[in-house]
Design a protein around this ligand. Structure first.
Ligand code: SF4
Length: 340
């Protein structure tokens, strides 16, 4: 995801007013990643468990059974080695993630969804990127930390969990200590998320749809809503809500739910906010994303998402927000049209 600014939501009870972002020299408290406390034995067991599952891959809810250990690729386009498009410091994520120095973002190749509007389609759908040994990816993580990254932010990680675990383990032996961010569509298998318990500190989890028919039409997936809601509940169970320390800085641990507004589909906002407030917590931070622009196959008029959002659509979503009971979060500037 690429954004330049996130404005706090105006709910009348916003936890951290915008002014604070502008004046605080340190927005995010420094903290080591939870994975530093995991024993080598436990870490290795999780890596082995994850790799074993690639023999007939069931790492994500597609469960397509690809023999990735033999080099086959599954629906997601991933095989055995990590495949990465680019890594860099990113300052456009939500404040607890980007902080003041940026997030160490690792854009992964491939995806287990097939979103017709994906703004990152060259890497997610066309699989641009470079296969590399785990050791090389580990070196990239350490490099990002050396450059000052607050965290390591894996973007679209669901289909490469074994490789990412192995890379974090190897990087830990080289001094990696910053927290891990798992930046996902939420089309995740709970048993795979369980492998990340005590390793990931911040989940950036989308809730893209609340209507399975729309998910099928736009992302080619029949069970997105039930899977994503179950996954978000598991993420929340692991890390809880984002909180502030005594100095008013974000503690780098918790779940942030992202909701991308799609043109003609603002009616889903009510159910998105309702799910978060009822099934997660009224204290959950929600990031409302207004950056949508048509990309990839979205220019097809039959899909109904060939244009940007209107002010009226954004206003409608924000009115829904104000009635939701939720109190924390951010909304993007309407003019900010970065990558997904
Ligand atoms: S992660 Fe990829 S290979 Fe594994 S089940 Fe999902 S789509 Fe198939």
């Amino acid at each position: 995801m690429d954004r330049t600014e996130n404005e706090p939501l105006d709910s009348g009870a916003v936890a951290v007013p915008r002014q604070e972002f502008a004046t605080s020299p340190e927005v995010v408290a420094e903290a080591d990643g939870s994975y530093l406390r995991l024993s080598d034995a436990e870490f290795r067991a999780r890596i082995q468990n994850a790799y074993r599952r690639m023999a007939a891959c069931d790492l994500c809810p597609r469960r397509c059974g690809a023999h990735r250990l033999a080099g086959d690729t599954g629906y997601c386009g991933a095989a055995l080695k990590p495949k990465v498009f680019v890594w860099n410091l990113h300052r456009g994520e939500e404040p607890p993630v980007s902080g003041t120095r940026g997030s160490g973002t690792v854009f992964l190749s491939g995806c287990n969804l097939n979103c017709c509007y994906c703004q990152n389609y060259p890497l997610s759908q066309l699989h641009h990127g470079t296969q590399m040994p785990v050791g090389q990816l580990a070196g990239a993580l350490v490099e990002l930390q050396t450059k000052g990254a607050h965290n390591i932010n894996f973007v679209t990680p669901s289909h490469q969990v074994p490789q990412l675990l192995a890379a974090v383990f190897a990087a830990r032996q080289q001094g990696l200590h910053i927290p891990i961010v798992y930046n996902t569509s939420s089309y995740d298998e709970p048993s795979t998320l369980a492998l990340l318990d005590g390793i990931v500190d911040i989940y950036l989890g989308d809730l893209r749809y609340t209507d399975e028919a729309v998910a099928m039409q736009l992302s080619g997936v029949a069970d997105y809503v039930q899977v994503a809601e179950r996954a978000l509940i598991e993420m929340h169970r692991q890390v809880g809500d984002i909180s502030l320390d005594e100095q008013g800085r974000y503690v780098p641990r918790g779940l942030i739910v992202r909701y991308l507004i799609l043109p003609h589909h603002t009616g889903m906002a009510r159910e998105v906010f309702g799910f978060v407030s009822r099934r997660l917590s009224l204290q959950t931070y929600v990031s409302v994303m207004t950056q949508y622009f048509p990309a990839y196959k979205a220019f097809d008029p039959a899909l109904g998402i060939w244009r940007k959002l209107t002010d009226a659509e954004c206003d409608r979503v924000m009115r829904t927000w104000s009635r939701s009971g939720l109190v924390h979060g951010w909304v993007q500037d309407m003019g900010d049209n970065g990558g997904a």
